[in-house]
Write a protein that binds this ligand. Structure first.
Ligand code: 8YV
Length: 332
């Protein structure tokens, strides 16, 4: 009998996925979900054929290029692959896959919620009832007023699958859709979305009411919203991020919001996750920012589908076929 490949899964996955993995592979699961240390990851790479990491596991060059690294495949449970050194893996002949598409709509839904959160004071309002009931003296015509989002200009950075799904939703809410991307989307898609392309990110930033970050984190997008660019954003505008914290120079964003140079922010992701800058928490209390703990794709349905994709990718690889969601350095 052929030995089943050893598949190490770094975090607790949905039960149905773990059951299937046990049937198919020699699966080493992480039932209590304690994040693995760097040392444990390095160990796993020296014993496993296949590693299934998540956003919380860094699979860097030192792990991949270690002389004893045994990995043949890294099947990421997640869309973003910024946790993996894809180039180093490729150079060593290790196949990398991710789980695109199944989280597009969920992430776009959460982005829409965050687009509403600051102008409609969603989280601030909810916390008045749950944390400070005494402050609610009842309805008043002039209390807790926010701003209408209909008619405002939304600038989407990154018009891939998620960016387009955000645009579709935002359009239905009456927002004007603008976007910056490495290249314009196909004219039929731009038409369908009523989206205006800005080749210059700088120029777009200076004119938007709401900016939504929907691009991956790569070396090219690290601090794409740099201090210089953040200063181009209008005083009343605010920034939404459901992509990766590293795309924004978070310290400068905070300083500009504190100084009243940027209206606010609604964030699901942070530059130093899981650490959240206490200044952001203070700004949240002041109603300037809305904060969520990296929940963009967090639906039961989505996480099961992500797991199913991981399994399909692994099985195709083991059958010596090209896995459907292979990630190559040239794609980043
Ligand atoms: C997950 C995500 O939170 O897929 C991504 O890129 O950010 C989320 O779906 C996580 O990355 C799973 O590893």
């Amino acid at each position: 009998v052929k030995k089943k490949p050893l598949v190490v899964v770094t975090r607790k996955l949905p039960d149905s996925i773990e059951t299937r993995m046990r049937e198919l592979f020699d699966a080493r699961l992480n039932l209590d979900d304690t994040p693995m240390t760097a040392e444990q990851i390095a160990d796993a790479a020296r014993s496993a054929d296949i590693l299934v990491p998540t956003v919380t596991d860094l699979i860097r060059e030192d792990v991949i290029n270690h002389p004893d690294c045994k990995l043949r495949m890294i099947a990421n449970f997640g869309n973003g692959v910024d946790n993996i050194d894809v180039a180093a893996a490729h150079a060593r002949g290790i196949t990398v896959t991710n789980t695109p598409k199944v989280l597009t709509e969920d992430t776009a839904d959460m982005t829409m919620a965050l687009i509403l959160a600051v102008p409609r004071r969603l989280i601030e309002g909810a916390s008045i009832l749950t944390e400070g009931k005494q402050h609610w003296a009842g309805w008043s015509p002039t209390w807790m007023l926010g701003h209408r989002i209909g008619g405002k200009r939304l600038g989407i950075i990154g018009m891939g699958r998620i960016g387009q799904a955000v645009a579709r939703r935002a359009r239905a809410f009456g927002l004007q859709i603008h976007y910056h991307n490495r290249r314009p989307v196909a004219p039929v898609i731009a038409d369908e979305l009523g989206a205006t392309y800005w080749e210059s990110l700088d120029q777009m930033l200076a004119r938007m009411d709401i900016i939504s970050v929907n691009c991956p984190h790569t070396p090219a997008t690290f601090h794409l919203l740099s201090a210089r660019r953040l200063k181009l954003i209008r005083k009343e505008a605010y920034v939404v991020n459901t992509a990766r914290g590293e795309v924004i120079d978070e310290d400068t964003l905070i300083k500009l919001i504190e100084a009243g140079e940027i209206g606010g922010a609604a964030l699901d992701v942070y530059e130093h996750e899981p650490a959240v800058n206490p200044k952001l928490v203070r700004l949240a209390r002041a109603g300037k920012v809305a904060l969520l703990p990296h929940m963009g794709s967090a639906t039961i349905e989505g996480r099961v589908e992500m797991g199913e994709k991981v399994i399909i990718n692994i099985r195709t690889f083991l059958d010596n076929h090209k896995p459907p969601d292979r990630v190559l350095p040239s794609m980043l």
